[in-house]
Design a protein around this ligand. Structure first.
Ligand code: G6P
Length: 366
């Protein structure tokens, strides 16, 4: 089928706006709406496996990091995530009792495929979290977990990312239940939280005008720093990756607690600092990092929620307020603002958003 941009200027913009529907399809595949319980295809007993090894590249790797944060905290199951190009050559120590998950939109990334095969050769069960079900990685897996978000055309991944994260969120709930970390009532509650995600993602996409206004300033920067804690740390990595991919502005994502160990040296009036901090158990620590960068003249773009906005340290001039949500789906709800920021900075700079220089949609050579 010929893909159409409809009323959008770029596929990336369309795909950002496709996310409520994309995630809705992903979530519908992994929860039962009648019983409000999770359903994860394949005969994987999460109570029996000793560990999960995720392999992936690029944005899919960052989705994997979010999976680690969610699965370890909720299911008390160790998860390792590694970029496939490193993993495949360093002879990692693995256990046949672990589960390998390859995350890949295309299902054809050469390094991810090689890393996945390495796990299989060690006797591990294998699952493919892919968008393209007729891909090599999907064909070679024991279990296929499709994300069902529809074809993604923009080179910079957006809707595949949120769909991958949505599936991993359902997986975290399922594993927590199977491992006896939550009871059925809590599983029911968390499934209802997942089912709310598409509506809340749509609300955060409505922040587009506010984000576009901020993008005008950010487009003048030479460097941008993204900071976050907990699940907002991988989100900071994703924000920085999106910005450098399509706007060519140098950006770094950092764990906010590492600020003092390096990046604070970069802070000056010319460096926007994007701080991702919903009002969660990490909020106070992130707010204090925010005060530290403001004291050094840093221009903070504060992406938070209504409660975080009320509790923000004085002086944050630019605030983006995403809708309030359960921590389980905060990465989904905070995705649109960081994607839209990168998108509008790139548009502001006149960059070719869908075909950024030197990048390919699918990297089938190593
Ligand atoms: C390329 C794309 C990225 C993508 C990565 C992994 O670098 O530009 O958007 O995240 O490959 O691709 P995959 O198809 O394996 O998810």
């Amino acid at each position: 089928a010929v893909m159409e941009k409809g009323n959008y200027r770029h596929f990336m913009e369309k795909e950002i706006h496709d996310q409520p529907e994309g995630c809705q399809r992903t979530i519908a595949a992994y929860v039962d709406t009648l019983t409000t319980r999770t359903k994860i295809p394949g005969d994987i007993d999460f109570a029996k496996i000793d560990r999960i090894q995720i392999v992936a590249c690029g944005t899919a790797y960052i989705a994997g990091l979010l999976g680690k944060y969610l699965i370890e905290r909720m299911a008390d199951l160790p998860v390792d995530v590694e970029v496939a190009s490193e993993f495949r050559y360093r002879e990692p120590a693995l256990n046949a009792g672990s589960l390998a998950i390859a995350i890949s939109q295309s299902g054809e990334t050469a390094d991810t495929l090689a890393a996945f095969r390495y796990c299989q050769a060690k006797g591990m069960q294998s699952a493919a979290l892919v968008n393209t079900v007729e891909s090599t990685i999907a064909r070679e897996a024991d279990v296929i977990w499709p994300i069902h978000c529809g074809p993604e055309i923009g080179v910079a991944s957006t809707k595949a990312f949120t769909a991958q994260v949505a599936m991993l969120s359902a997986l975290a709930v399922a594993a927590a239940r199977q491992r006896g970390k939550i009871d059925e009532a809590e599983e029911n509650r968390l499934v209802r939280v997942l089912l709310e995600a598409p509506r809340l993602i749509a609300e955060s996409i409505n922040l587009e005008e506010a984000v576009r206004a901020i993008a005008v300033d950010v487009s003048k920067a030479r460097d941008v720093l993204y900071l976050g804690r907990g699940p907002m740390y991988p989100m900071a990595l994703e924000g920085a990756l999106k910005l450098k991919e399509i706007s060519y502005i140098h950006a770094e994502g950092y764990a906010a607690g590492e600020l003092k160990h390096g990046p604070i040296a970069l802070v000056d009036e010319a460096t926007p600092i994007v701080i991702l901090a919903p009002f969660d158990s990490y909020f106070e620590k992130s707010a204090s990092n925010m005060s530290e960068v403001m004291a050094r003249g840093g221009q903070v773009v504060f992406i938070t929620d209504p409660e975080g906005e009320r509790n923000a340290p004085a002086g944050a001039r630019v605030v983006v307020t995403a809708p309030k949500c359960d921590p389980l789906i905060a990465p989904l709800v905070f995705s649109a603002p960081i994607q839209l920021l990168a998108y509008h900075v790139a548009v502001q700079k006149g960059a070719d958003v869908d075909q950024p220089r030197n990048l390919a949609k699918s990297v089938t050579v190593e």
